[in-house]
Design a binder for this molecule. Structure first.
Ligand code: GCW
Length: 705
């Protein structure tokens, strides 16, 4: 016993210093005692934070923080700033508002922490998007919308006491320029608007405010009825209009800088204006009207697809077998947001922003951009990205998403000629709307390291950086994050960065390559289940209706002779996508049903190419594992080993995906796997036996594949 106590005493200091990832990228050495002065000498909570951050971490000469109201700073806006001067003789940060000083302070510290030359600085910065928002998919009562984020970290049950983590969260957001958080799931409970809930929201809002992070709420469209006891939630009903106005008044009396509402309506069985024969614009405008006096915004989601029709809507199958009546060409889910919203362009109030997922379906590993971008001219559109890896291996796989988001931002919509990228259609360059915004579904939970997987912290960081400036490269963002989070040693940073930059494309290759989509496992969305076809379930939730494999080929025909999805894009992109010979191969199966013997650019026939691509994903994953192994001596063992373990699972999952998809599609193609490729490890029938429970156990680590 004595021995054990002795051992514990010796080990304790080491154990308590164990690296747990809780500090995110905020690791600058403190205790600097730098001189920081402010002009005018104002003491606001935000300016004080800027000051304290610099005083404790800045290792150069005096920093002067100035609020200045000249034309240049006006042009940079309230979040913008100028940094001039030099580390040895002194630095000046100027902004027209206090939040500009805060962002400027974090910028300066980032330069220091990434070893940049801080001589003769002349930096002028302003964000590309006005609103840069995290969407938290948490429910009241702390059940989670998705297992991908682990458990909630708002911890409402303990309020008004708040977790010290809230402060770190706010600081992390401010350090990358994020200025908003939607606290709850878009599948919102009407109870979110009770007085009791709002009191809790106020607690969070008060904590985030000094860091310039505004709070927003998802609201349920039927709240006037469900919560307010009115007979209807019809947006044109005068009692309903008054009810929303009353709610807004109450919210703003508690939270004067409340950001606004996020609304998912008439989608996935949620109530909406269609229930009363009204349009999305009618629905959005009643809320916008209520928020307008307080400068609040409505973020109305364009994630809509047919309520199941005909028959009942049920996750587990309704009374009707939809597959009998469903015709792919008429019901293409990818076409629906465009069809529903385009006729409403120009009908929304100017404090409504349409929140549009990056792709036309639903955060798949790779999607072409949603055709609404560029097409809606009179309505402000905000991209919705997903940091949470719902379809990208959850918190287990390591996938650096900046690469995916860059592809999206840089996609050419051609709405105003060549070069009209998605980014330019949403950041006011092409359509100068009153407000520009961007959101992403957060991957932040209650884990000590916030995101479960240490490397996934990089995606939170990357979203903030790209929301500020979508022109930054994925390379630069990975570089910064690695240096701030792990080490400045280039012998670590360079190879680790290469790994990060390869992870997304690799994961696409081993899971849903060449435009394949929606062939993941039922419910968990983890692992492959291309054979999934549950009688009675609405077809647009089932993999077989997306890959449509048969003895001719595989893929969803969205050409003019198919569902005509290509027609929602501008020329010449439309024609490029429509032609199977010119359609980029990365989107081939998204737009075409490709014959097994189709000739690919590589010179191989399509079936062989599919096998090669899956194998390539597996090979690259193994290579990534090896490359990570070589980095062992550069960083702490805790984060090294945890990442190593996750990469091992990801490699195993790559094999699982390869074998499941190739063996399953082979039952249609009836062709051999090219002889030079590895033989499958698993058996198709065995893989088909993996059930929901098994996947849950795989996810929680209690079962191996
Ligand atoms: O893909 C689906 C998710 C739902 C989510 C929905 C949405 C918030 O599986 O969990 O609900 O997307 O984005 O509304």
């Amino acid at each position: 016993m004595k021995k054990i106590i002795f051992l514990l005493l010796v080990l304790l200091p080491f154990l308590s210093n164990a690296e747990d990832g809780s500090k995110l990228w905020l690791r600058a050495e403190t205790g600097s005692n730098a001189t920081v002065t402010t002009t005018p000498n104002r003491q606001t909570p935000t300016i004080n934070i800027a000051k304290q951050e610099l005083e404790s971490q800045w290792k150069g000469a005096r920093v002067q923080l100035n609020i200045v109201n000249n034309a240049e700073l006006q042009r940079l806006g309230k979040d913008g700033y100028l940094i001039t001067g030099n580390k040895l003789t002194g630095i000046t940060i100027q902004a027209s508002a206090e939040q500009g000083l805060l962002y400027g302070a974090y910028h300066l510290l980032r330069l220091q922490e990434t070893g940049k030359d801080i001589g003769a600085l002349n930096i002028a910065e302003s964000p590309k998007y006005d609103l840069r928002i995290l969407n938290h998919w948490e429910n009241l009562g702390w059940a989670f919308e998705s297992a991908s984020v682990g458990r909630s970290f708002w911890r409402s049950e303990e309020m008004p006491q708040i977790s010290s983590r809230l402060n770190v969260y706010a600081r992390a957001n401010a350090s990358v320029g994020l200025n908003g958080a939607v606290l709850n799931n878009p599948n919102a409970s009407p109870d979110m608007l009770t007085r009791e809930s709002l009191q809790k929201v106020k607690v969070i809002a008060d904590e985030l405010r000094p860091y310039n992070v505004k709070v927003y709420l998802s609201v349920n469209f039927a709240s006037p009825k469900e919560l307010g006891g009115l007979p209807t939630a019809d947006p044109l009903d005068k009692d309903v209009i008054e009810w929303w106005k009353g709610r807004a008044k109450e919210i703003y009396s508690l939270i004067p800088d409340f950001g606004g509402f996020l609304v998912k309506a008439d989608s996935e069985s949620l109530p909406g204006p269609h229930d009363y024969g009204r349009t999305h614009a009618d629905g959005a405008n009643v809320l916008a009207e209520a928020l307008k006096p307080y400068n609040g915004v409505v973020m109305w989601r364009a994630f809509v697809y047919n309520p199941s029709e005909p028959g009942t809507y049920s996750e587990y199958g309704g009374s009707q077998d939809y597959s009998l009546t469903y015709k792919t060409s008429e019901k293409d889910r990818a076409n629906q947001a465009y069809s529903e919203f385009m006729p409403l362009d120009g009908k929304f109030m100017d404090n409504v922003i349409l929140q549009v997922k990056n792709g036309p379906i639903d955060f798949q590993p790779r999607e072409p951009f949603s055709p609404l971008f560029g097409a809606m001219k009179e309505t402000a559109l905000m991209p919705e990205l997903q940091i949470m890896q719902e379809y990208l291996g959850n918190r287990i796989h390591s996938v650096f998403l900046a690469t995916q988001w860059k592809e999206f931002f840089e996609s050419d919509t051609y709405c105003a000629g060549k070069g009209s990228t998605v980014a330019k259609t949403t950041d006011k360059t092409i359509y100068p709307h009153k407000v520009s915004a961007i959101a992403a579904v957060a991957n932040i939970g209650n884990d000590v390291n916030w995101t479960g997987n240490h490397l996934s912290q990089a995606n939170w960081y990357a979203f903030g950086r790209l929301a500020w400036n979508h022109e930054l490269s994925a390379d630069q963002i990975a570089d910064e994050w690695l240096q701030m989070t792990f080490s400045q040693n280039p012998a670590f940073v360079n190879p680790a960065k290469e790994i990060m930059l390869d992870t997304w494309e690799t994961t696409v290759s081993f899971s849903q390559p060449l435009g394949l989509h929606h062939i993941f496992a039922w419910r968990t969305h983890y692992g492959p289940e291309p054979w999934c076809d549950i009688p009675g379930v609405r077809p647009d939730w089932l993999p077989v209706n997306y890959h449509l494999a048969n003895d001719i080929g595989v893929g969803y025909d969205r050409s003019v002779t198919g569902s005509n999805g290509v027609n929602q894009y501008f020329s010449p992109l439309r024609e490029e996508l429509n032609n199977i010979k010119t359609c980029p191969e990365k989107f081939l199966l998204w737009f075409h049903h490709v014959p097994w013997d189709f000739h690919m650019k590589s010179g191989r026939i399509f079936w062989d190419e599919l096998c090669y691509t899956y194998q390539q994903g597996v090979d690259q994953m193994r290579d990534i594992q090896k490359r990570w192994d070589r980095l062992e001596n550069f960083i702490d063992s805790e984060r090294f080993l945890d990442t190593q373990y996750r990469l091992k699972i990801q490699s195993r999952d790559a094999l699982w995906w390869r074998d499941a998809c190739i063996l399953y599609f082979q039952t249609f193609s009836q062709r051999p796997i090219p002889y030079e490729l590895e033989r499958p490890v698993y058996d198709l029938e065995e893989l088909k036996q993996i059930k929901l429970l098994d996947i849950n156990n795989i996810l929680n680590g209690s079962r191996q594949l």
